[in-house]
Design a protein around this ligand. Structure first.
Ligand SMILES: NC(=O)c1ccc[n+]([C@@H]2O[C@H](COP(=O)([O-])OP(=O)(O)OC[C@H]3O[C@@H](n4cnc5c(N)ncnc54)[C@H](OP(=O)(O)O)[C@@H]3O)[C@@H](O)[C@H]2O)c1
Length: 310
């Protein structure tokens, strides 16, 4: 990725980041996709409460355009963001799409008119979500779709996963991933078919699962990272900034001061250094934050920094 207006901070002794600036999705298939590290999560481009149109539509469209011009070729979205808002913005800003662009969506959930989230994961519901994504994004095939496990689901996990693999066979989905999964669910899914990616909550400040107030869990990346690494499966972390920044972690602040960067940048750099199989997708509704987050890619943390932060 190009240098973005700041001298790179280089250390001879880096951690295990190696020269890996890209990550391969579906490396054990005959149709791998190559994503640049970092990606971008579009959820924050919606209105208040992840619902409705963005406060500043022009800024939202500009962030998406700047993804392409700055080398971000992995976008995370869902038809229940808005609803349909992020998918419509992506199509408006970027269609016809660059060949390199990977648009990753997720199914398994939906919103009620009162804006609450609920499971939408029966086979016919998953199919209607896929059709909706294809229609709005103007695609004939989704390149990567996560089945997102929702709390209070009455549909067995295996039944939803079977529907995902069925749609893959039909060609509606190229690669199938899973999201918000436990270790056991990931292992089950891997026995049923090829799992290209996992999207779980993960960041410096919150690495493991968290119980939700009304039941269910938000599943952490820590519990599945070793499985991902052992099987060449990229881990796409969500909520990696929001929980970490809220904790005002002193060690993060110290490293930020040491390199004269922001705490958000240290959090993102930590993910990039933590494992070559992590593909961060920091979310933002702000163009200034978007540019700031991209610059985290140039921050080289030493082994000592990583040890200190761990
Ligand atoms: N699979 C799933 O279940 C799931 C769940 C949630 C999210 N996701 C995906 O993961 C992506 C990332 O998650 P997320 O957007 O919820 O959370 P996030 O990346 O942890 O953080 C987003 C929050 O951090 C703020 N922020 C971003 N950059 C900042 C900076 N440089 N300085 C200060 N604050 C900054 C944003 O505010 P501003 O807007 O003001 O910058 C926003 O409030 C989402 O966009 C979505 O695509 C997936």
């Amino acid at each position: 990725m190009e240098q973005r207006g700041q001298e790179p901070i280089l250390h001879a002794e880096t951690n295990n980041r190696m020269d890996k600036e890209t990550i391969v999705i579906g490396s054990n298939t005959n149709s791998p996709l190559i994503a640049n590290r970092l990606g971008y999560g579009t959820m924050r481009l919606t209105g208040e409460g992840i619902y409705g149109e963005p406060r500043n539509r022009d800024e939202a469209l500009e962030i998406l355009r700047q993804c392409i011009s700055s080398g971000v070729n992995f976008l995370d979205t869902a038809d229940y963001y808005g609803e349909d808002v992020t998918n419509r913005l992506i199509a408006e800003a970027l269609y016809p799409y660059d060949d390199e662009l990977i648009i990753c969506s997720k199914v398994g959930g939906a919103r009620k008119p009162d804006k609450s989230w609920h499971a939408f994961n029966k086979p016919d519901e998953l199919r209607s979500s896929i059709e909706n994504n294809l229609r709005t994004l103007k695609r004939e095939q989704m390149q990567l779709v996560h089945f997102r496990v929702m709390p209070h689901s009455e549909v067995p996990f295996e039944e939803s996963m079977a529907a995902m693999f069925e749609m893959q066979k039909e060609g509606k989905i190229l690669h199938v991933g899973v999201s918000n999964v436990s270790r056991e669910e990931l292992e089950t899914a891997m026995k049923m078919g090829n799992i290209a990616t996992v999207e779980n909550m993960y960041g410096h400040g919150q690495r493991t699962s968290v119980k939700m107030v009304h039941g269910g869990e938000t599943r952490g990346g820590e519990e599945v990272l070793d499985i991902c690494e052992a099987n060449d499966i990229p881990l796409i972390p969500f909520f990696s900034l929001i929980h970490s920044l809220a904790k005002n972690e002193d060690r993060v602040a110290q490293v930020a001061r040491k390199y004269n960067v922001t705490e958000a940048q240290v959090n993102i750099a930590w993910l990039l250094h933590k494992s070559p199989w992590i593909l961060p997708i920091p979310g933002t509704s702000s163009l200034a934050h978007f540019k700031e987050n991209l610059m985290a890619d140039d921050l080289e943390l030493s082994r000592e920094d990583m040890k200190f932060l761990d």
